[in-house]
Design a protein around this ligand. Structure first.
Ligand code: PRP
Length: 210
């Protein structure tokens, strides 16, 4: 039995489509109710919040996981990245209201002590530290776009996919931080002990991308 942890939320649809193209059983996953563990044939699926998915692999509850590269970068979990699925593409950006835009056009010193709201405090810290800029990071868990609108922060570091949410909240992109996509990851132990089953999935994934 292979156990695969999957992220809930908007990326789950992409994940299910990928599993189905890989010929893994998804009928019970698609027709699930509120169950969080679903067994279908020789596969068990765990449904977890995106930020918690790596935990299930690192603590041995799952052999494999589909994890966003944003989450991998934020959590720095000891996972083996087996493949970039090319799915769930979006990007991490710095965005904010027009009045802040000019601070991103000048010298780095103009960014000192900006207040940045984000779901990704570690990424924000590393991004600005690497530029020698000290900022104040406000860690939020969702609806980040509210922060500059309500004066909690100057700007945000967040993921953008369609750009609709930024536009609806009058925020502009100032900088691209990194592209993001869904990665297939595994634990060191599972990759060693279940390589035969895992390599079948990887080969199928390669043939899909060929
Ligand atoms: C993410 C992100 C943005 C939105 C961007 O939030 O934090 O708010 O999606 O998507 P768009 O560019 O397609 O509009 P999510 O929907 O995951 O919800 P959250 O705010 O609860 O984190």
């Amino acid at each position: 039995m292979l156990t695969i942890a999957l992220p809930t939320g908007r990326v789950l649809t992409e994940a299910l489509d990928l599993l189905s193209k890989l010929d893994l059983p998804v009928t019970l996953l698609k027709s699930r109710g509120r169950e969080l563990v679903i067994e279908d044939g020789t596969y068990r699926y765990i449904l977890a919040k995106p930020m918690d998915v790596p935990l299930h692999v690192t603590y041995g509850a799952a052999d494999l996981a589909l994890v966003g590269s944003d989450v991998m970068w934020e959590i720095s979990a000891p996972l083996i990245e087996l493949a970039d699925t090319g799915r769930g593409r979006c990007r991490i950006v710095i965005a904010g209201p027009e009045r802040i835009a000019k601070r991103f056009l000048g010298h780095e010193s103009e960014l000192m002590w900006l207040r940045i709201a984000t779901k990704y405090p570690n990424i924000a810290d590393r991004y600005f530290s690497s530029r020698g800029v000290q900022v104040e990071i406000i860690h939020m868990h969702g609806s980040i776009e509210l922060a500059p609108m309500l004066g909690l922060s100057d700007c945000i570091l967040d993921i953008v996919q369609t750009g609709i949410t930024l536009k609806a909240n009058n925020l502009k992109i100032f900088e691209n931080v990194t592209p993001v996509s869904l990665r297939l990851t595994g634990s060191v132990k599972s990759v060693q002990t279940k390589w035969e089953e895992i390599s079948l999935i990887l080969n199928k994934m390669k043939s899909l991308r060929a």
